[in-house]
Design a protein around this ligand. Structure first.
Ligand SMILES: [Zn+2]
Length: 286
């Protein structure tokens, strides 16, 4: 989510307008249910009722967390986005434990897991991961979603997380006059080393902006969250494909975390969500 709105001021009016605009985002309506498609494609092996709950929770993340940039990986808040994913997956795992009644726990776990899926799906649509040539997942571990600390390197690609004030002796470079997608390429030079810089679009109605001015781009300049953006259909498709793969991987991560916490009882709870085990990912290889 995260359209850049031209609002005169923040506050009540801004929130209402932002809510109306947010209906167009990554992009549930009108006519382009991307979060729905990504989730149902990735997790087609689940029971229809489970999939329905996950999709409802995913889509409701936009209005529920309208002003929280972490929930959508906006404003270069990568550490916040990563913490949001880890926090909600931890909530999901907790809800699968023996302390909570079965149905209540399942409902809580589905809602919490769906929040984390929304954020990882937004990651690919709202950042310049695709424009930098990122064609692998941001994380494929089976431990808790990793910390994405400011100016740390993402292991899978070597992209440097651009968040907040740049470290000393570092230059952030972007050619704002180049055409798309070139203008989305951010380079970080530190002493004699150069790396690609990972940024996301700014959304001014969401409090907080960690994008350094020289390389900042608005949500509209960078987002590829709908196919109707005709200059970036290839990037939209690439982002969607990665979002599907990451969503599928998050199922594996959830299973592993549930097993770490509750043993076979944890994975048995999740196995009860599955309709077609033969179509589920092989979590030892995915
Ligand atoms: Zn969103």
């Amino acid at each position: 989510m995260g359209l850049a709105l031209t609002l005169g001021c923040a506050g009540e009016t801004g929130t209402v307008e932002a809510l109306e605009e947010s209906a167009h985002e990554f992009s549930t309506a009108p006519g382009e249910p991307n979060h729905e498609e990504i989730t149902s494609t990735a997790l087609a092996f689940l029971k229809p009722a489970v999939l329905k709950a996950l999709i409802a929770g995913n889509v409701s993340t936009d209005p529920t967390f309208l002003l929280l940039n972490a929930a959508h990986f906006d404003d270069c808040n990568f550490s916040g986005g990563a913490a949001f994913v880890a926090e909600y997956q931890a909530k999901a795992v907790k809800a699968l434990g023996p302390g909570i009644a079965l149905l209540d726990g399942d409902a809580l776990a589905m809602l919490a897991f769906s929040r984390s899926l929304h954020a990882v799906q937004d990651f690919y649509a709202h950042t310049n991961w695709v424009e930098l040539g990122g064609d692998v997942l941001v994380d494929q571990s089976l431990t808790a979603f990793p910390v994405l600390a400011p100016y740390s390197s993402v292991p899978s690609t070597g992209f440097l997380v651009v968040q907040g004030d740049k470290p000393k002796q570092t230059a952030l470079v972007r050619d704002a006059d180049a055409p798309y997608p070139e203008y989305a390429i951010v380079t970080v030079r530190h002493r004699r080393t150069t790396a690609y810089g990972l940024v996301s679009g700014t959304v001014h109605y969401e409090p907080g902006d960690d994008c350094p001015a020289p390389v900042a781009m608005t949500h509209d300049e960078l987002s590829k969250d709908k196919s109707s953006l005709s200059d970036r259909t290839a990037q939209h498709e690439a982002a969607k494909s990665l979002a599907i793969q990451q969503t599928r991987h998050e199922w594996c991560r959830l299973n592993q975390l549930a097993h770490d916490a509750w043993g076979d009882a944890g994975t048995a709870r999740l196995a009860a969500w599955v309709a077609d085990p033969s179509a589920a990912p092989d979590c030892t290889t995915e």
